[in-house]
Design a protein around this ligand. Structure first.
Ligand code: FAD
Length: 299
């Protein structure tokens, strides 16, 4: 299949890109009432949608020629990933993995290496697929997305960013310029677990977990973020349920607590009950692994 016809804009600067988006959104007096404008980043989700005629934008704004967006900036506070940083580049970044290991742990489950060579982390967030790994990671970590338009910039918390299946809160004239993933501080361990029919397929269920211990190895925080259970990433605070788990090894009880709080959707891939069952097993696995990692940090 070939995509439907569209006008292609290839801006060389961020300013040009934002003006092209503003024009497409009708803010410059043109572009209203047609198929709209879409940002083209890695194209790993958008191009298949065009080729299958599931989307028919009138214009594409290709941001691949913009300088300065291919960035991965790591500080003690966290990792800021620019709009053109490809999955593979981020996955290889040792500083980013040291400060927030969950990003790399999740990226290993995203599609296949060829897709990760081209697809972008920020594009994956903007695409807001309920079965995608990175939205759940951003949500469980309480990260943010920075959006820019000709009207200015705003920082959107993950809890507000994902609006529905394949729907973010980005406005038609906005470009997501970066995403910020907070650091894993102190004795924090992280882990990612998912079940997919084949490695690289979208997951039937996935979970990103973080566990923080104090110096006496008591749990001071535990969170799990789920993909493929609802229209947007679901985050459950497990701190209370996990408070005694490290010493008693009672992870099945913590997983049961999480499972009871999930209300998964059914679709052609899995029933709601099967998804809930998987979520329990994966939660236990991820929490155990995250705790082991936190304990390793202690030594
Ligand atoms: P694009 O395809 O260029 O864009 C996707 C959408 O986001 C479009 O609507 C676009 O307008 C918008 N967008 C992109 N960047 C921005 C921006 N900076 N600002 C505003 N809007 C923007 N993903 C997973 O998470 N898990 C998987 O298991 C997985 N498996 C895959 C398997 C296959 C066979 C394929 C083809 C893809 C798979 N993907 C998977 C998708 C892949 O990870 C994509 O790269 C990613 O979802 C989107 O990134 P992109 O840069 O390619 O975005």
């Amino acid at each position: 299949m070939k995509p439907p016809p569209f006008d292609l804009h290839m801006p060389r600067t961020l300013d040009e890109a934002l003006h092209a988006l503003a024009g497409g959104a009708g803010l410059n007096g043109d572009g209203e009432g047609d198929g709209g404008t879409k940002v083209l980043a890695g194209g790993q989700s958008l191009i298949p949608l065009l080729n299958m005629r599931l989307a028919a934008p009138a214009r594409l704004v290709d941001i691949n020629g913009l300088a300065g967006l291919d960035t991965v900036e790591t500080t003690d506070d966290g990792v800021r990933i620019g709009a053109l940083a490809r999955h593979a580049r981020v996955e290889r970044d040792r500083d980013a993995a040291a400060v927030q290991p969950l990003i790399r742990q999740a990226l290993r489950h995203v599609a296949h290496p060829v897709i990760r060579n081209r697809g972008t982390v920020v594009g994956s967030l903007a695409h807001a697929d309920p079965a995608a790994e990175l939205p759940a990671v951003l949500a469980v970590l309480g990260g943010t997305v920075e959006a820019a338009s000709t009207r200015g910039r705003r920082t959107v918390p993950a809890a507000d960013f994902f609006a529905g299946p394949l729907e973010s809160c980005l406005r038609p004239d906005e470009l997501a310029v970066s995403a910020f993933f907070p650091a894993a501080s102190g004795l924090t361990g992280t882990a990612f677990a998912e079940t997919a029919r084949r490695h690289g397929d979208y997951a039937l269920v996935g979970v990103a977990a973080t566990v923080t211990l104090d110096d006496d190895l008591r749990v001071t925080a535990a969170r799990a973020g789920y993909l493929s259970v609802a229209a947007t990433p679901q985050v459950i605070d497990l701190t209370e349920a996990a408070a005694s788990a490290v010493r008693t090894d009672d992870w099945p009880a913590v997983a049961a607590y999480a499972r009871e709080r999930l209300d998964p959707d059914a679709d052609i891939h899995a029933s709601a009950e099967y998804r809930r069952h998987l979520a329990g097993i994966l939660t236990e696995r991820a929490l155990r692994a995250a705790t082991s990692e936190a304990l390793r940090r202690e030594h």
